[in-house]
Design a protein around this ligand. Structure first.
Ligand code: ZN
Length: 454
């Protein structure tokens, strides 16, 4: 959490994050979600039981989860006892505890719910559960997780997950983590995925479609050395897009190798690219998964920049996750800079050329965006991405290549699977510089005006 909890209860107190004032909840920390879901693709009906394991961090008489009003709650239990009362209003499920509990109490809360899930509307468009022509896509950044399960929907709250989904057999279902079970019973298949590394709720996903899974060529088994850095990689896509995929994502194993070299070990057991049959405006990251639209996989190889961007988010965003949304440059600036690094390492334009082009582009645009605190409306503005990447380029120019890449690897090592702030990064960077970095941060991160490119 960005600020210590000052209040007991669920409705009082200042928001956990001023960028998303209604998201997130106080009073407890979730360690695990177990989601048992049944979904009918034709009718878009979801029925679920969420089992949430948490520990209280203050005395609690009530607790709340984020949960979409489109879903109806039937039953709630707390540590096996039926909750005496719950209310579901304004996107919050508020549960009265069978009896008030002290700090440090272990809780297992089960919520039975059902409904026709719909995306969450916000300044960033529609996020969360989304029906496709034949299937489902879930992309919840920043506040869409509550569209499909009761959760503590803030990135400062990370937990492990088991996601079990039953749907009609012709469909292929993907969720985060490792597939630990696939049971076919009559016309239905149950898919079980275990995500053991901690995950923010917005990175939890389900992808359902008429897909097949194919291993990415050249990827090697764990532990071996070779293209792909030993990370098992696969694609989940409509069979008709297979040929396009092989061409458009051909260099992804080399990309994985370059990024593990530059950023340190890949943080998850495997990497899956999902390509939907539908077109998508932009690709999106989930933990261990990136989701592209059919339009990003057309056999022309024009979107390799995006392939690099999404892969880089596995380190910057998914393993190291911002603790408050205003630090979004820690995700997007790094992923954008990774695009430039990949370009340089793969025979394309050098980082300095790309930085100069981005700088020239930004110089023509209004300079009213503060990279370290862009405001909720501008947090996914393209200027934030480019400016964030330029922060890193300026830092690299300032401290030199070797210290810069040592810093990146220490950053991903020290805060692996944790949550981070800008101060965590600038504090760590100070150890890699011979001169004070405050002038650099002041100019590049803490002022809207674009400084000259070093
Ligand atoms: Zn991104």
């Amino acid at each position: 959490m960005s600020k210590p909890a000052k209040h007991t209860g669920v409705t009082s107190g200042e928001p956990i994050d001023s960028y998303l004032p209604s998201a997130g909840n106080r009073g407890y920390r979730v360690s695990r979600y177990e989601l048992d879901l049944e979904y009918n693709v034709a009718s878009n009906r979801l029925a679920g039981r969420a089992t949430v394991t948490a520990t209280t961090v203050e005395p609690l008489a009530r607790l709340s989860f984020d949960l979409s009003p489109a879903l109806t709650v039937a039953k709630v239990t707390v540590n096996g006892a039926r909750a005496p009362k719950f209310a579901h209003r304004g996107g919050k499920l508020t549960i009265t505890m069978p009896k008030p509990v002290p700090t440090g109490t272990a809780l297992v809360v089960t919520v039975r719910y059902a409904g026709a899930p719909v995306p969450v509307h916000g300044p960033w468009g529609e996020v969360g559960w989304e029906e496709l022509a034949e299937g489902v896509l879930v992309a919840s950044q920043p506040n869409g997780a509550s569209s499909w399960f009761p959760c503590d929907d803030h990135p400062s709250s990370k937990a492990s997950y088991r996601i079990e989904l039953t749907c009609d057999s012709p469909y292929f279902a993907v969720a985060n983590g490792i597939l630990t079970g696939r049971r076919v019973r009559a016309a239905q298949t149950t898919w079980t995925y275990e995500q053991s590394e901690p995950m923010a709720a917005y990175l939890a996903t389900i992808q359902i479609g008429e897909y097949e899974r194919v291993a990415v060529p050249d990827s090697r088994v764990p532990g071996s050395v070779g293209p792909g850095a030993g990370v098992p990689m696969s694609a989940v896509l409509p069979p008709r897009l297979r040929k396009h995929f092989d061409r458009d994502f051909a260099r992804q194993p080399q990309m994985m190798e370059v990024f593990t070299d530059l950023f340190g070990p890949y943080p998850f057991p495997a990497y899956t690219v999902v390509v939907t049959a539908d077109e998508l405006e932009i690709p999106i990251e989930a933990q261990g998964i990136s989701v592209f639209g059919a339009n990003h996989c057309d056999g022309h190889g024009r979107e390799e920049r995006l392939v690099a961007h999404e892969l880089a988010h596995q380190w910057f965003g998914n393993s190291l996750t911002l603790r408050r949304w205003r630090d979004i440059w820690l995700h997007e600036g790094f992923a954008c800079y990774a695009e430039w690094l990949w370009s340089e390492r793969s025979g394309g334009p050098a980082t300095h050329q790309l930085a100069a082009a981005a700088h020239a582009g930004l110089a023509r645009l209004p300079q009213d965006l503060l990279p370290a605190d862009p405001g909720p409306e501008l947090m996914f503005d393209d200027r934030l991405y480019k400016r964030g990447a330029l922060v890193l380029h300026a830092l690299r120019q300032g401290i030199g290549d070797r210290p810069f890449f040592d810093l990146l690897r220490e950053w991903t090592r020290k805060f692996r699977h944790a949550t981070v702030t800008t101060e965590d990064f600038t504090d760590l960077a100070a150890h890699y510089a011979h001169q004070p970095l405050h002038p650099l941060w002041d100019a590049w991160l803490l002022s809207p005006a674009l400084p000259p490119l070093p």
